[in-house]
Design a protein around this ligand. Structure first.
Ligand code: SAH
Length: 395
């Protein structure tokens, strides 16, 4: 079933970008099924791609393939096989038993995320296309991994844009309560992950290497871990010999899990403190109290999921980074992140620079951080590069 693009609107597809926006479409012959496969043709009728149709989304279709090949179970088997094999080749499982096996557009499978936590696969289907093929994909995943359990966490807000309601629960096999509260081991440290209720698929796998970096830099420092969630950075800072770590989050549930993660790694509870509250307010309070730290980690939630919220997001980033610069002692380290798709690396760096300027602080960037290698970025899909981090040293 074909969809025809407007004249000139084939350009992004020729550059192998996988999204077709509704405004680029001239006409659709018959209304295709939600998630069904359509041929995308130029205004002249030339074949451009085969894509999954999404009747209500602004992104009206997402490309499965730029070749005139069948989109069927064999197609998905090849894609899934190669994504999983790639992770083996990259030797990523040497340091962790929790890893992203399939990262959506970046692995040529728009809308599909699959993470492995020990013997359990957690699947997130975000688009009509991945939804259409979900059962086929689930069968192939079991065959390709030799595992028997898939837990579904298709409860991300973006599904709404695709006209899909949230779905969670067992997709294949059975799962015990013990498995749902799985303890991962990452770079020798243990974290209890709640696969049913945790953020994303349970844990921020994308920060894996950055947690390790914090461990390496934390020795003898007073550390403030803002937006700590279940304590990924906190535990690493303590393991790296931090003098003290204060973990801050607005979620009491998340904070409750931090202490458990500190304890299960045999780390000194007397060096660790927690504080429930709003980071924006607490940073101001700490400033007014004249408190100071040697390392501050800022890993806030997505302030700008898309480019529409960029201005508001920029103000929020500026606010917390400015306050953090003020709270750092000379020689102190700011480890600051943005996971907003709408804020690119260049803009984020400019925001952090403006924060230092307004704080009256001189600082250097000593390192650029990004998402771990199991979250690769297809070069023709720069949107896949969402996590940016800077390690700055205050002079
Ligand atoms: N650093 C974490 C991930 C952070 S996720 C890790 O590596 O695992 C973002 C966290 O920010 C969530 O736990 C959420 O509860 C918290 N949060 C969101 N808005 C907040 C606010 N205004 N103040 C404090 N915490 C907030």
């Amino acid at each position: 079933m074909p969809i025809f693009l407007k004249p000139g609107r084939e350009k992004s597809l020729l550059r192998r970008h996988p999204w077709i926006f509704s405004g680029a479409i001239q006409r659709v012959d018959d209304e295709p099924a939600s998630g069904g496969t359509v041929d995308v043709l130029s205004s002249k009728g030339d074949f451009l791609a085969r894509a999954a149709y999404s009747p209500t989304s602004q992104i009206r279709a997402r490309v499965w393939t730029f070749d005139e090949e069948p989109v069927d179970a064999d197609f998905f088997r090849r894609k899934i096989h190669s994504a999983i094999r790639a992770r083996e080749t990259w030797n990523l499982t040497r340091d962790t038993d929790a890893i992203r096996l399939i990262y959506a557009e970046s692995d040529g499978l728009p809308g599909l995320i699959v993470d492995r936590y020990g013997d359990v696969l957690v699947l997130q289907s975000l688009t009509t296309g991945s939804e259409f093929w979900k059962q086929t994909i689930a069968d192939i995943l079991l065959e390709e991994t030799g595992l028997s359990t898939i837990y579904e966490r298709s409860d991300a807000d973006v599904r709404e844009l695709e006209g899909l309601s949230p779905v969670t629960g067992i997709l294949r096999g059975t799962i015990t309560n013990h498995q749902l509260r799985f303890t991962i081991t990452e770079h020798g440290l243990k974290f209890t992950v709640n696969l049913a209720e945790g953020h994303k698929t349970g844990f921020y796998l994308d920060q894996r290497m950055n947690r390790l970096r914090v461990r390496e830099l934390a020795q003898d420092r007073d550390v403030l871990d803002c937006f700590c969630y279940t304590g990924g950075f906190t535990v690493n800072a303590l393991a790296g010999g931090a003098k003290s770590v204060l973990s801050v989050d607005s979620s009491a549930d998340a904070l409750g899990l931090v202490s458990g993660n500190v304890a299960s790694n045999g780390l000194p509870a007397e060096r660790h403190a927690r504080r429930e509250g709003d980071v924006f307010q607490l940073l101001r309070k700490f400033r007014d109290e004249g408190r100071a730290f040697d390392m501050i980690i800022l890993d806030p939630p997505k302030f700008a999921p898309t480019s529409a919220q960029v201005e508001k997001a920029a103000r929020a980033y500026k606010d917390i980074n400015l306050l953090a610069f003020k709270l750092l002692r000379a020689g102190g380290i700011l480890v600051t992140f943005s996971c907003s798709g709408g804020v690119d690396a260049g803009l984020f760096q400019r925001i952090v620079a403006a924060s230092a300027l307004d704080a009256g602080v001189e600082a250097q960037i000593v390192e650029h951080l990004a998402q771990a290698a199991d979250h690769p970025v297809a070069l023709h899909f720069p949107e896949g590069a969402y996590l940016k981090g800077l390690v700055c040293v205050k002079r």
